[in-house]
Design a protein. Structure first.
Length: 309
């Protein structure tokens, strides 16, 4: 078994992504590759490179939550501060439904989140962000209703004050979104019809029609004007679903995405009213396009002791 503490593992992954591995980093990375049984090469093969990017993204998005990266019996585990181990790849081939019901960390990050304008209907089964390792996210935001409620703080968001989880910078991010949206509404009063009223932040419940915990239960999601912005199960005219998605103002989506939120309008099973704080998906999307700012910010946040408490 090989164990890399958080800071060491992060540096190895970051050095790998920038192509500037030091000698010590090379030794550890080689050991990691051998333990994970990835081919030696440039480096660790294509699947190994994706794995290393994913782990770097998680370390950046959730600083202080993952304290060790462990290579054991050919698999990689992220170990959280409570001692829980989360396998990166459980080795199972999964159907679309199985990946939703029992995802591993690889599944959670496998579908790229498409930052920017929506150009067409997502294909069936494409729903980046709906595959959630809920037990891992509960390590970040709270294990039960009482813990999540205690972690929430009031945030003034558009027309009301809402409870939002203060851990991992989620409430701070929502406040920044609110400032962006207030500026947009001041310049275009028609956006009020799209955004108001704001509903559904913290609510300990499962997702409709499933036994999976909603991200509203963790206090990291917000819904805007559900009367105008439909959820796919309740949409009476699904034939116009693309038009309804594309009629949602792109500048509003961009304001959320800039602060680490994903939009449910980009899911095949669309939820146009819904935004949730998932910084790992935005960091990976931008890193895949060559923008490493999110990874660098993760390093700086961890160095400065801004852990997800």
């Amino acid at each position: 078994m090989i164990i890399f503490p958080h800071c060491c593992a992060y540096r190895i992954l970051t050095y790998l992504l920038t192509g500037s591995l030091c000698i010590a980093g090379n030794v550890l990375l080689t050991a990691w590759a051998e333990a994970a049984e990835t081919p030696q090469g440039a480096p660790g093969g294509e699947s190994g490179t994706v794995q290393q990017l994913d782990l770097a993204v998680l370390l950046a998005a959730y600083p202080g939550v993952i304290v060790e990266v462990v290579a054991e019996d050919g698999r990689i585990f992220a170990v959280t501060r409570s001692g829980k181990r989360f396998v990166y790849d459980d080795g199972r081939t999964k159907s679309v439904d199985e990946a939703l019901e029992a995802p591993d960390l690889e599944d959670m990050l496998a579908q790229p989140y498409p930052v920017g304008p929506l150009t067409g209907d997502p294909p069936a089964g494409q729903h980046p962000g709906r595959r959630r390792v809920t037990e891992f996210l509960a390590e970040v935001y709270g294990q039960d209703a009482a813990e999540v409620s205690a972690a929430c703080r009031p945030v003034r968001f558009l027309d009301r004050t809402v409870p939002f989880n203060s851990r991992n910078g989620a409430a701070d991010a929502l406040e920044r979104v609110a400032a962006r949206l207030e500026d947009l509404v001041a310049r275009d009063r028609g956006l009020r019809d799209v955004l108001y009223p704001v509903v559904g932040t913290f609510n300990w419940r499962t997702i409709a029609g499933t036994s999976r915990l909603s991200m509203h239960a963790l206090g990291i999601a917000v819904d805007v004007n559900p009367g105008r912005n439909p959820y796919w199960r309740h949409h009476r005219r699904p034939s116009d679903k693309l038009a309804r998605r594309q009629s949602f103002p792109g500048e509003v989506v961009a304001a959320f995405e800039a602060e680490g939120f994903i939009w449910g309008g980009k899911w095949a099973e669309y939820d146009i009213m819904h935004f949730e704080f998932r910084p790992e998906l935005l960091i990976k999307a931008r890193a895949s396009r060559g923008d490493r700012s999110g990874l660098d910010e993760g390093t700086e946040s961890d160095k400065n002791g801004h852990a997800a408490q």
